[in-house]
Write a protein that binds this ligand. Structure first.
Ligand SMILES: [Zn+2]
Length: 412
């Protein structure tokens, strides 16, 4: 995996990134997110249109390539980094006297936009944590440009001498589209390919789809693309590598699915499954599955949520007492918060940072004296976990915890 395939190092600013030119009028603007620009003799097709503030840069790159109108825009899925940069493209069409582009998307995208509008403060809140967005910046877009043409399973259109086949798949979302251009043996696949362990079971987000994602990748591989333009990171080239890449990720997803289902059938509960699932060396070492964004542990959580309710198997937890009361009872018995904090420090030294966090939480949650000392220790433990953590999502959750503690301490 080259340096620039690491999601964490992708430039997020509109002024950075670069345009990649491939054969036969296929281009990819590689920002933090990718935008595919396909030229035909009758105009341009854009697949994915980046974040809202990427819009002007997209127009600039299209206009450096051609004066022809942008005839179609396809949303690869409805996430903010793929479907929100279209405004500038529409404005450019108006200024040039071109007809507005037809925006095509899967039929679930309008429902997603409706949900975003209904739950805007919630999405602001969770995305601020997930992407470590400072308080003074908006964390989510408020206005959405809906597609004017939707489809259910598949649709095709021709522009000039080129065919564009759109196929629905489920993966990170229930509204994904991948596009196949047979004459150019090119697949534009949005976040069905991201150079990371798939982002399934994101700790904040709605259900995602491991088996369907695998199926989507298998369908893409079956076309034997020579060029695969992903949602993030570098393009993949050559039929053999693309087939191997798609099949490796598909196999990993099916493997996790199979394990969770088997363990559920054996009557195992959530904790046992989360502690007991296997992630073989082949996957740990694969450049296609680096846990830099998603994480296999999160995927197992998603599969559990898909098939199982929230009961964890321990009847004590069905209607639990508040954590504060449980911690208060335990701390009352120990009688000495200093002892607990000392033990947490010892665990940290032994490399058991996670266990240290659980211990120190008893002091914090009970509201016992030494609470501030415990909070400071917790911040330090979270920072140390963040430094070691590869997954951007997990790292930002740890850092969000540190920020929260700092706010609490400042308020006192
Ligand atoms: Zn994305």
């Amino acid at each position: 995996m080259s340096e620039d395939t690491n999601l964490g190092s992708m430039p997020l600013l509109a002024s950075e990134g670069e345009i990649k030119h491939f054969d036969q009028g296929v281009h990819m603007l590689q920002l933090w997110v990718n935008v595919c620009i396909i030229e035909t003799d009758e105009g341009v097709v854009l697949f994915d249109v980046g974040l809202l503030f990427n819009g002007p840069r997209i127009v600039e790159e299209v206009r450096a390539i051609t004066d022809k109108p942008v005839r179609y825009v396809i949303y690869g899925h409805g996430h903010a980094d793929h479907a929100f940069g279209v405004k500038a493209v529409i404005e450019d069409a108006k200024e040039r006297g071109h007809p507005p582009p037809v925006i095509i998307a899967h039929e679930n995208i309008p429902k997603r936009f409706d949900r975003y509008q209904e739950m805007l403060p919630y999405h602001e809140h969770i995305n601020r944590i997930q992407f470590d967005i400072p308080d003074e910046m908006p964390a989510y877009v408020r206005k959405y440009i809906y597609p004017n043409l939707t489809y259910q399973e598949a649709m095709s259109f021709r522009l000039g001498k080129t065919t564009f086949e759109l196929r629905h798949a489920k993966g990170e979302t229930d509204d994904a589209t991948w596009m196949w251009i047979p004459e150019r043996k090119t697949a534009c696949v949005s976040d069905l390919w991201v150079w990371s362990c798939p982002n399934i079971g994101n700790p904040f987000k709605v259900q995602r789809y491991e088996v369907e994602w695998a199926q989507g990748l298998e369908e893409i591989a079956a076309r034997s693309p020579e060029l695969l333009l992903p949602g993030h990171g570098s393009a993949l080239r050559g039929a053999d590598e693309i087939r191997d890449a798609c099949h490796t990720v598909a196999r990993a997803l099916r493997y996790l699915h199979e394990q969770v289902v088997t363990m559920l059938n054996q009557g195992k509960w959530q904790e046992e499954i989360l502690q007991g699932f296997e992630w073989p060396d082949e996957f740990t070492k694969s450049p296609y599955l680096a846990p830099i964004y998603g994480h296999p542990y999160f995927i197992v959580q998603a599969i559990l949520r898909r098939y199982h309710g929230w009961f964890d198997g321990n009847a004590s937890h069905l209607f639990p007492s508040p954590s504060r009361e449980i911690a208060g009872e335990v701390m009352g018995l120990i009688g000495n918060p200093e002892k607990v904090i000392e033990r947490a420090r010892a665990l940290e030294k032994e490399g058991q940072t996670q266990l240290a966090l659980h211990i120190v939480d008893f002091v914090i949650e009970s509201g016992a004296e030494k609470k501030n000392e415990a909070l400071e220790l917790k911040a330090q433990l979270l920072k140390s976990l963040a430094e070691r953590e590869k997954s951007l999502i997990a790292r930002n959750i740890f850092l969000g915890g540190v920020r929260q503690i700092k706010k609490t301490l400042r308020k006192q």
